[in-house]
Design a protein around this ligand. Structure first.
Ligand SMILES: [Zn+2]
Length: 410
């Protein structure tokens, strides 16, 4: 009898938690503690020898004394998961190995898109903005409900393709924008110009005004593919962000600063990828054989535009790789191009894909920083990107929304 009472007493003590003991309550068990020697906080700051405490999908505190440690990432560089503001996540090569574009709906294309998402997440990109195909939408939704691993996706659904008069009247353009919103678009993508070799405007000022104004009314951002004159026209139309941008003048870029318009220039990956995978692109729609020497010539022009943009005080330059087939999972090469060939400061390059890109998405208080209350999107690099930018190729840890997807052995 006495033994039974003691037994009951012990059970009660254990169940209620022994004060001062190291046993964990279920609440504490939900915590994940990451020990880090060096943390880039996403805003340009560096923390040393601290611990990041994650509960559910969020960072709940930064506490050097938090214990027990679940992931010891000392010796690595820890930073917020990167944001790529411009990808084409469903763009893949087909079963014949050739460029198949982004619009495929076959089972093969669908699995290829899921594989792109996985590769992108494994490369440290926990959020991407995919601009140019409605095939993004089911992939975005499957990842969001946890059915597939991949980065958080924001999608433009179908883009507005500038085709001059054929693009429609301002009212028709407004209706097109509303249709994308109804289809679930997170933003609107607009093709307002050709290419650097034929940069003519494909939409009039009036048409651009209609597109960006209607989007603004619906609470949607507008990303405008623009070169030369189309850059200024898009800024005057009140659009949110310029993609690419070469042939814009310093005055155009200064106007962007005045109007708070973001710039997403590319410093190499997209062109290098076409050359690297030339056999797979050549002869497919939009990629005649004769375009490849031109692509090669354009690389230094993109570098010099990047350098021109860096010199404009206050210009907000976000990170966007323009990843297509062949680049998914290699998005970080664009960091190397920006630093090595474009003259970007390595810390600025990191921030451009963290807090700055988060701000450009309108998610600056949720993503892109390692701080209390932010989404637990945390990656670690084997190396220090501030000293050697090629460390961005060595992503050894990936957590997105508090879930660990990669923890490579050291
Ligand atoms: Zn693109």
């Amino acid at each position: 009898m006495r033994a039974l009472i003691i037994g009951l007493y012990l059970l009660l003590v254990i169940a209620s938690g022994v004060p001062g003991s190291t046993s964990q309550t279920p609440q504490q068990n939900k915590q994940i503690v990451i020990a880090a020697g060096t943390v880039l906080d996403g805003k340009g700051g560096v923390l040393h020898n601290t611990r990041i405490v994650v509960e559910g999908s969020k960072i709940v505190r930064i506490d050097p004394n938090a214990a027990p440690v679940n992931y010891d990432l000392r010796g690595l560089t820890v930073l917020p998961g990167w944001i790529d503001s411009h990808v084409h996540i469903t763009w893949s090569f087909g079963p014949d190995g050739k460029n198949a574009g982004a619009g495929g709906t076959t089972p093969y294309a669908t699995y290829a898109a899921a594989a792109n998402a996985w590769a992108t997440l494994m490369a440290g990109f926990t959020t991407v903005q995919s601009v140019g195909s409605p095939t993004d939408l089911p992939l975005r939704d499957a990842i969001a409900r946890g059915a597939l691993p991949g980065p958080r996706i924001l999608s433009s659904a179908e883009p507005l393709l500038g085709r001059g008069e054929q693009s429609g009247t301002p009212d028709e353009i407004r209706a097109f924008v509303r249709k994308q919103k109804e289809a679930g678009a997170d933003l609107i993508k607009i093709f307002a110009a050709g290419s650097p070799r034929s940069p003519q405007m494909l939409l009039s000022q009036e048409q651009l005004n209609a597109a960006c104004d209607e989007a603004k009314k619906l609470g949607l951002r507008t990303l405008v593919h623009a070169y030369k004159d189309a850059v200024r026209a898009a800024v005057l139309a009140g659009c949110t962000q310029i993609e690419h941008g070469p042939l814009a003048t310093d005055d155009d870029l200064k106007l962007m600063v005045q109007r708070g318009v973001w710039l997403d220039p590319q410093a190499g990956l997209v062109m290098e990828n076409y050359l690297l995978n030339k056999d797979r692109f050549a002869g497919t729609p939009g990629y005649p054989e004769e375009v490849f020497p031109m692509i090669k010539e354009m690389i230094p022009e993109f570098h010099s535009f990047f350098k021109q943009a860096l010199k404009i005080p206050g210009l907000k330059i976000v990170f966007g790789s323009d990843a297509v087939a062949g680049s998914h999972g290699r998005n970080a090469e664009e960091f190397i191009d920006r630093v090595r060939d474009g003259g970007a400061d390595p810390m600025a390059a990191m921030v451009s894909a963290n807090s700055l890109s988060a701000e450009a998405l309108g998610m600056g208080n949720q993503l892109g920083s390692i701080a209390t209350g932010f989404e637990a999107d945390i990656i670690a690099l084997d190396g220090d990107p501030l000293k050697d930018i090629t460390a961005v190729r060595r992503v050894v840890f990936v957590m997105k929304g508090g879930v660990v997807y990669k923890h490579a052995p050291r």
